[in-house]
Design a protein around this ligand. Structure first.
Ligand SMILES: Nc1ncnc2c1ncn2[C@@H]1O[C@H](COP(=O)(O)OP(=O)(O)OP(=O)(O)O)[C@@H](O)[C@H]1O
Ligand SMILES: [Mg+2]
Length: 383
């Protein structure tokens, strides 16, 4: 049985990132070139996120006709397993080891201080005792993981330890899904951690002029959008919000009299009447950008911070043309679309594996922002 124990362990062998979300399953597989890498134990975020170490071997997506996963809870395993099976068959991968993730709302994380110099077993015992205080359900129902972050700022005799806990049934649901199609689930991560990992290179390259840079990373999904704000690379705010592209699908269905399924498929393919670009899209872009502005306003009012320097947009909605402009306008802050594959080499099989049925523009180019979390999960191969 896997547990969140695997969350902080490094994975060197081939590994696929699988993002099981409400509107689709996304798969990313990265090759790892460890040419100039330090020994495994010394890898840091900058090394892992450096795109020159990665080759994009596979990226593919299977859309779901119903949201079989809601808030990290698998409502029906069978249709999800069928969709995952189709996706694997289409990509033709032989890799079995997979990394998956739970949404941040399903995982409790907490930093604690423990005496330095404990061995693994002693530390595990102390983590269990500490975890008891923070976790609102019995420990036997919980999957627990921890890692030493570094020396404690409070005391030289202590180390800072990050603990993570999730309901065991949620971890087991993911495990059951993977195993039902013959995969080996080796890692359960947190979606926002994975997104951050894949965005790290872009976050680090935001220019700054003396003050620590503040970067807002927004993953705009179908029904949920995740905002995290990083100050000089450290997370100072994280919150999921209930808005996303499903509202645009609904507007399209209403305007043109399509069924919701038809509206969604046409939206993704770009197969919509001409008046969509003038009568439907602009209003949605404004409304989405205002949602983003509200989310950031909440960040400003609930934290000591009063600015962000750059907004990075990802998720399926970030592929909508005109979105960065609308967000920049409403938030009065530069906004750009984030491509998690930027700077990576492309594997030989990529265009045939993912580009054929989707027109001339390969999926990895057109929909790159959708793969942020899946890409960060695939990076667990070296992270
Ligand atoms: N090419 C496209 N053009 C327009 N909209 C798109 C396109 N591709 C995806 N979307 C929209 O993006 C949304 C899905 O984004 P994403 O895949 O990031 O969400 P998700 O992770 O499945 O959803 P959630 O995070 O809410 O569970 C949907 O509303 C979908 O219609
Ligand atoms: Mg998502």
């Amino acid at each position: 049985m896997i547990s969140l124990r695997s969350l902080f362990h490094r994975q060197a062998e081939p590994l696929m990132g699988l993002d099981i979300s409400s509107s689709s399953i996304k798969l990313v597989e990265l090759g790892f070139m460890d040419k100039s890498m330090p020994p495994q134990g010394l890898l840091n975020n900058d090394h892992v996120a450096d795109p020159s170490h990665w080759v994009l071997e596979r990226c593919a997506m299977e859309t779901l006709d119903r949201p079989w996963v809601v808030d990290g809870h698998i409502e029906q395993l069978e249709p999800l397993a069928e969709a995952l099976g189709r996706l694997l068959q289409r990509c033709g991968t032989t890799t079995k080891r997979v990394a998956m993730a739970l949404p941040p709302s399903s995982v409790i994380t907490k930093k604690i201080n423990l005496p330095a110099g404990l061995n693994e077993a002693e530390m595990e015992a102390m983590v269990q005792v500490e975890a008891n205080q923070y976790i609102p359900f019995p420990l036997e129902e919980v999957s627990l993981d921890f890692c030493v972050v570094g020396p404690s700022a409070a005391s030289a005799a202590d180390v800072e330890v990050l603990i993570a806990a999730a309901r065991r049934e949620k971890v087991q649901d993911l495990q059951a899904l993977a195993e039902s199609v013959g995969l080996d689930p080796v890692t359960v991560d947190v979606e926002s951690y994975a997104a951050r990992r894949a965005a790290w290179a872009a976050i680090q390259s935001v220019p700054f002029n003396g003050d620590p840079p503040m970067v807002a990373l927004l993953e705009l999904g179908a029904t949920t959008s995740s905002l995290q704000v990083l100050r000089q690379g450290e997370v100072v705010f994280e919150r999921d919000q209930a808005f996303g592209g499903a509202a645009l699908t609904q507007a399209i269905a209403q305007q043109f009299g399509f069924s919701p399924e038809d509206a969604e498929a046409r939206k993704r393919k770009g197969d919509l009447p001409d008046s969509y670009a003038t009568e439907v899209l602009p209003a949605f872009l404004d409304s989405l950008a205002q949602d983003v502005a509200r989310a950031l306003k909440y960040f400003f009012t609930s934290t000591p911070y009063h600015r962000v320097d750059q907004i990075l947009l990802a998720g399926g909605c970030a592929t909508l043309s005109g979105l960065p402009q609308a967000v920049s306008h409403w938030v009065q802050t530069p906004a750009a679309v984030l491509n998690p594959f930027a700077g990576m080499a492309l594997g030989a099989g990529l265009s045939t594996a993912v580009g054929t049925s989707m027109g001339s523009n390969p999926l990895h180019q057109r929909q790159a922002p959708s793969f942020l979390t899946a890409c960060g999960l695939a990076m667990r191969r070296a992270a």
